[in-house]
Design a protein around this ligand. Structure first.
Ligand code: 3NM
Length: 207
């Protein structure tokens, strides 16, 4: 399992309709064609869809992922993850505890966001499959993002957890992705670098 997870994190695209200046289905299809290795549906924040509209979009995006053999991971919404039978669920520090999510979803991929030592010390990592570490750089995509932690946070996590799949997040672009990998991450997760790209194929290629 671990080996496969390390690989899935390499180019991890995250988005919801609120992040997209164009049709999210078209953006995801272009990113999938270009070679992303995982997708997270994060319909959250200002302008995001709810209820039936959220579910319908999630279903369509999942279909695109399935046709490209890319895992479809749902952010935070356990109910939706269950209803769509998503491949995984990503949780933050303010969501349900990892232990409980693991009990509900014994076979799904579970990711957890970690931004600092305190969160690391209180998080039961044995219940999660990967860590989302960030924000590595400053980002304007997430309004409540914590202070940037730099690639040092990636190195620290890698040192403390040599075998744990780790993906960097926050302000990552083709210009700085290699520094995140060099620090020890298995991959990079990006929102705006792809949703706002003029040429998605070349961005994905350079991550
Ligand atoms: N989570 P962009 S930063 C969704 O630090 C998210 O946990 C973060 O967007 C964290 O690639 C972030 O456009 C936003 O900077 C990432």
């Amino acid at each position: 399992m671990n080996d496969k997870v390390h690989q899935l994190l390499r180019k991890y695209f995250i988005m919801g309709s609120q992040d997209c200046p164009r049709d999210p289905r078209v953006i995801l299809a272009e990113a999938a064609e270009a070679g992303i290795t995982a997708f997270q549906f994060r319909e959250k924040g200002k302008g995001s869809l709810e209820g039936d509209e959220k579910r319908a979009l999630g279903k369509e995006l999942q279909h695109i992922c399935r046709s490209h053999h890319i895992p479809f991971i749902v952010n935070d919404d356990l109910h939706l993850a269950n209803e769509l039978d998503a491949d995984g669920i990503h949780i933050g520090q303010n969501d349900k505890p990892a232990e409980e999510v693991r009990r509900l979803f014994p076979d799904k991929l579970i990711g957890l966001s970690l931004s600092n030592e305190e969160e690391l010390s209180t998080s039961p990592l044995s219940f999660v499959d990967y860590i989302g570490a960030g924000p590595v750089f400053s980002t304007s995509t997430k309004s409540d993002a914590k202070r940037p932690v730099g690639t040092e946070w990636i190195s620290t996590l890698r040192e403390k957890h040599p075998a744990m799949p780790i993906v960097g997040i926050g302000g990552i672009s083709p210009a700085n992705a290699s520094s995140v990998i060099k620090a020890g991450a298995d991959g990079v997760s990006v929102i705006s670098a792809i949703t706002r790209a003029d040429n998605i194929a070349s961005v994905v290629d350079c991550l």
